[in-house]
Structure formats: C-alpha cells, structure tokens
Design a protein around this ligand. Structure first.
Ligand code: AMP
Length: 187
C-alpha cells in the first residue's frame, strides 16, 4: 500500500510516518529530509535551496518533483511508500498522480493531520531544543505555517473529495493519533 500523510509543519507527520513505517514495513519519503540531504552534501540543488529552506519558503516544484521521481520508480519500494511532507502544492499532487500512474501504483490512504496554530508553535519550539533544526525558530515557524496554508490549501481541496481521504485531529496525543491511523489502515 502507498500512503500520503500531510498537514502543517509540526502536525506530527514525521512521528506518525515513523510509526507506520515500522508497523507496516514501508519506506518513508520525506521531501524535507531529501532536501536537507542535498544541502548537507552541498550538491548544486543543495546550494540553491539552503537559503529557501532556512527562510521558511518552499523549494520549487521542479526540484522536489525531480527528487521524488527516483524513489517512486525504485522497484524495491514499489507499493511500500509513505509520503511525508509531499505533496505540498496542487502541482505536486497532480505530479504524484502522474508518476504513480506511470509506475502502475496508486495512493491507498490519504491522512490529513489537522492541528491548531498554537499547538504547532508549542511543538516546534520543543523540537528545536531536541533536534536543533535551523528552520525551527518562531518567526520561521510562523512563516512556514502561512506558506503552508497558502500553498497546501488547494491540496486539501483536491484530496478531501477522494474516498480514501481521512482527516485526523492532530491536537490529540501521539498515541491516540497512531491508534486512529492504525484502525483505518487495518480495515
Ligand atoms: P519538513 O521537514 O517537511 O518540515 O520540510 C522542511 C522544509 O523543506 C520546508 O519548510 C520547505 O522549505 C522544504 N520542503 C519540504 N518538502 C517540500 C515540498 N514538498 N515542496 C516544497 N518545499 C518543501
């Protein structure tokens, strides 16, 4: 099965996908991780996006779509993918459908983690202490939230019409969210 998990920064996408990866033996595809990797390895793309990420802006669809392609066409990962932080724009959502179609796959479950802005601020401040991410300071968080709302809203409209779309209350405790997701996945 292939799963998409999306929601604002700090919604718990990473934590929930880690859990699903372990339980269902899937491969996590985090575009945030893929992008940070490019930055760390100082690749051409990495040099272009370093500034963009630290400001809380989005990398271009072209860059992200390119990174995601390699993973989708990897035969070892076929039908074992969980997308975390992708798609974040309508163009990316449409691109994902095209790539999955071309590789004879589909999305089986779409989870939207819906979280209040105040919860996000609290969680990201905590994560900054734990992970020390360059983009986890308050002004960047607020900027990332606004960027998210602007560009990801169309993704929500696009996915919420589908029958395999599930909205989850992301303000709940981690365990409660995991239980809810597992209940849906096991049906
Ligand atoms: P994340 O780890 O998912 O919170 O992503 C961290 C940052 O990477 C985001 O704030 C964006 O700057 C960038 N990023 C991650 N995924 C995407 C995406 N699908 N499209 C554009 N930018 C992205």
């Amino acid at each position: 099965m292939n799963v998409v998990i999306f929601g604002p920064p700090g919604a718990g996408k990473g934590t929930q996908s880690d859990n699903i990866v372990k339980k269902y033996n899937l491969y996590q595809v985090s575009t945030g991780d893929l992008l940070r990797n490019e930055v760390k390895n100082k690749t051409d793309v990495g040099k272009v996006i370093e500034n963009i990420i630290s400001k809380g802006d989005f990398a271009t669809d072209e860059i992200v779509n390119d990174l995601i392609k390699k993973v989708i066409f990897d035969p070892n990962k076929k039908n074992k993918l969980i997308f975390d932080g992708y798609p974040r724009s309508l163009t990316q959502a449409e691109n994902l459908d095209v790539l999955l179609n071309e590789s004879h796959q589909k999305i089986d479950f779409i989870f939207f983690l819906n979280v209040k802005k105040e919860t996000i601020i609290k969680r990201i401040e905590k994560r900054k202490i734990l992970e020390n991410r360059a983009d986890d300071n308050l002004s960047t968080i607020l900027k990332r939230y606004d960027t998210y709302m602007e560009t990801t809203e169309p993704v929500l409209n696009f996915y919420s019409k589908k029958t395999n779309f599930y909205e989850i209350d992301g303000d709940q405790k981690i365990d409660e969210i995991s239980t809810k997701i597992e209940e849906i996945l096991s049906v």
